[in-house]
Design a protein around this ligand. Structure first.
Ligand SMILES: [Fe+2]
Length: 214
């Protein structure tokens, strides 16, 4: 330990563990996260509800903190929380499942350049208006991803190109390779004022997110 301390570099953590959200509407928030993440409640103790979807004891906790008010748009702080899927097929499977719960994205965008892709993502809102991202990485390794993030294409349009998930699902179901579907069409420079995230619709608040028959 002494040698590590002398190295001058702080030991980075092994992983990001969980996010705790204060909420004035804990029941809709808990039901939303169960439906959104395919998650379950591990423990509900007093004002705290702990939720997970994998082998971590909790990934999200909802806290009904006394005096908690509504989220203030445009305040400083957290912009969004991102969740990764392994494949485009998985990303769109989860999209379809959420849609059946009445949970729809507020923005779908392809971040990548014409020949490869940094990330393909869909942004959602929870009942308090916190933004959640679901994404699939499209580079095979972090070096290629880093190289793209310093490329002229990314500098020109760091926000990406919007897509219709239903359209991409049709292409996927027709047998088109994921690598082709992930290619980003070029639209030239894009400004931050064009992002749907700046003027999102009101969040959907429900006491349960039951399956809606198609
Ligand atoms: Fe993100």
């Amino acid at each position: 330990m002494t040698e590590a301390i002398k190295s001058g570099r702080t030991l980075p953590p092994s992983k990001l563990a969980h996010v705790v959200l204060r909420s004035p509407r804990p029941k809709p928030m808990v039901e939303f996260y169960k439906a959104f993440l395919g998650a379950h409640v591990v423990a509900a103790i007093g004002p705290m509800t702990f939720i997970t979807y994998d082998d971590e004891h909790h990934r999200i906790a909802i806290g009904a903190f006394p005096g908690c008010g509504d989220k203030v748009r445009n305040s400083a702080g957290l912009e969004h929380i991102a969740f990764s899927f392994d494949t485009l097929n998985d990303l769109f499977t989860a999209y379809r499942q959420r849609k059946a719960h009445g949970i729809l994205p507020i923005w779908c965008v392809n971040h990548g350049p014409t020949t490869s892709l940094y990330a393909n993502y869909s942004a959602y809102q929870d009942p308090d208006g916190n933004v959640l991202e679901t994404q699939v990485d499209n580079f095979d390794n972090v070096e290629d991803a880093n190289e793209f993030m310093m490329s002229p294409a990314f500098v020109e349009n760091v926000y990406g190109v919007d897509f219709d998930p239903e359209e991409l699902i049709k292409r996927l179901e027709s047998g088109e390779p994921e690598s082709e579907i992930k290619k980003r069409p070029e639209i030239g420079p894009r400004s931050i004022e064009t992002l749907p995230l700046l003027n999102p619709p009101p969040p959907l608040v429900k006491d349960s997110y039951d399956i809606i028959e198609a």
